[in-house]
Design a protein around this ligand. Structure first.
Ligand code: GRF
Length: 240
């Protein structure tokens, strides 16, 4: 798919969410359409806690050759996570690391890092991972961890971003892909999409409209971040 400023989102409605009318959305920044072909394949480890629709969107983008990547492993922390079922459907290994079985956040993150290394992961993709991560994970993959958040950061950080946007009465909200740093929802922004708040919206209808755009920007943001890092690496190689 060619990136353009305005995209009809109708075609990207998922089947397992309530149907709402979707208009259009602004995605920034634009991604060069040939980014996928220009990049060597990258190896992803995806972390998810729940439904996994973003995991699915990334897997689908790879299958559609919109993202030159391979998902090496899905890590999930909730035994009920539908993301694990989705991974099975794609033939992707799914590893359960149940946070309740670890004595601390650091202990969980150590197990995550070990698993990501075992599966030879280069980039870590937090796609609905509902646990706060520690420097144990962040320092193991410097500038290689991306998260998606359902607001236009820096507005509405935290676990209730959609509800906060509704309560604030904003007319436009959206979603953000950003690098993960120790402070929650605060790393450098890679890509955002704007989503209108419509009269009568509930958190469910608004979150659904945001999800549609998340599925658009996450694969593109991964490609863009990988391209930027690759360009930086080439630049520093040339200088040394
Ligand atoms: C998304 O809205 C994402 O922004 C937030 O968690 C949700 C995950 O949805 N961090 P899904 O599990 O990918 O469907």
């Amino acid at each position: 798919m060619i990136a353009s400023s305005y995209l009809s989102a109708e075609a990207f409605m998922s089947t397992d969410s309530p149907r709402v009318e979707v208009t259009s959305s602004l995605i920034a920044p634009e991604v060069p359409p040939n980014l996928h072909q220009d990049l060597p394949q990258i190896r992803l480890g995806v972390m998810a806690s729940g439904n996994g629709s973003n995991f699915e969107a990334i897997a689908q983008a790879i299958a559609n050759q919109q993202l030159n990547a391979r998902i090496q492993v899905l890590i999930y922390n909730n035994p009920e996570a539908k993301a694990a079922v989705r991974a099975e459907g794609w033939g992707i290994p799914a590893i359960l690391l149940n946070h309740r079985e670890f004595e601390s956040r650091e202990a969980l993150d150590q197990a995550i890092v070990k698993t990501l290394h075992e599966y030879d992961v280069e980039w870590v993709i937090m796609a609905g991972w509902m646990r706060i991560v520690t420097p144990t994970l962040i320092t193991a993959f410097p500038n290689r961890i991306l998260n998606i958040h359902p607001s236009l950061l820096p507005s509405f950080k935290g676990a209730h971003a959609v509800e906060q946007a509704l309560a604030a009465g904003v007319k436009i909200t959206g979603c953000t892909v950003h690098y993960v740093v120790t402070e929650v929802d605060s790393g450098a922004i890679v890509m955002q999409a704007a989503v209108p708040v419509l009269p009568g919206d509930t958190s469910e209808t608004l979150h659904h409209r945001i999800h549609v755009q998340e599925h658009q920007i996450f694969p593109r943001a991964i490609a863009l971040a990988a391209a930027q890092q690759s360009a930086l690496q080439n630049h520093s190689n040339e200088r040394s």
